[in-house]
Ligand binder design. Structure first.
Ligand code: GRF
Length: 204
């Protein structure tokens, strides 16, 4: 049985999608904990209601990134995770923290990387006038919003799109693709070689 720790900062809808998929699809994995850097993260109550241990490590309690990341790492490692899942975890991570979880930490980013890193990705997409947008699941490296790509899904950008409409459409695909990628990981189907992810998932 693999152990997963999910990190959130807010609503936690991706975390929720992963928890639901793990339960309904009976993954060989358990969600060992949901940890937030914000006590007011909406997703914490969903996790608690589903019997998942929750914890808060507030970045405001630490003078710098290094000390926060060290405390967060201690909290995460109490649950001995095989995989750490960043699900709307709004923090820039230090290199030692990322290195500690190398090859076992995933993130979802709401753009087709390497386009539109950072924040306000949907606004960036609309401003550039791209005709397709989407989301990317990738392994986390010290390079923000980069790292070996596990999966990407695309949505069309339409003439009438606003940031809100585009964000909503991308979120729908996030809720499908992130549980799928996490499941591949826990089933041992992902290999990283020379910066690329190879998937042993049969014909798609
Ligand atoms: C998602 O769009 C995710 O891709 C991005 O932040 C958002 C988090 O949403 N990293 P939620 O907290 O999972 O609902």
């Amino acid at each position: 049985m693999r152990s997963i720790v999910i990190l959130i900062s807010g609503r936690g809808s991706n975390m929720e999608a992963i928890v639901r998929a793990a339960q309904t699809e009976q993954w060989p994995a358990k969600i060992a904990a949901v940890i937030s850097n914000r006590a007011d993260a909406g997703g914490l109550s969903f996790a608690a209601a589903h019997g998942i241990p929750t914890a808060v490590v507030s970045n405001k309690d630490f003078p710098d990134r290094a000390q926060f990341d060290a405390a967060l790492q201690l909290e995460i490692d109490r649950f001995a995770p095989d995989l750490v899942v960043l699900a709307g975890f709004m923090r820039i991570l230090t290199a030692p923290f990322v290195q500690h979880y190398a090859g076992r930490m995933l993130n979802i980013h709401p753009s087709l990387l390497p386009s539109f890193t950072g924040l306000a990705t949907h606004l960036q997409a609309l401003t550039m006038g791209v005709k397709v947008h989407g989301a990317t699941v990738h392994f986390v490296t010290a390079d923000l919003d980069h790292g070996p790509i596990v999966s990407q899904e695309v949505v069309a950008v339409t003439d009438g799109d606003t940031v809100e409409s585009l964000q909503a459409r991308v979120l729908v695909i996030e809720h499908q693709m992130y549980p799928c990628a996490v499941r591949w990981f826990v089933e041992g189907r992902l290999t990283i070689k020379d910066g690329r992810v190879y998937k042993d998932i049969g014909a798609q």
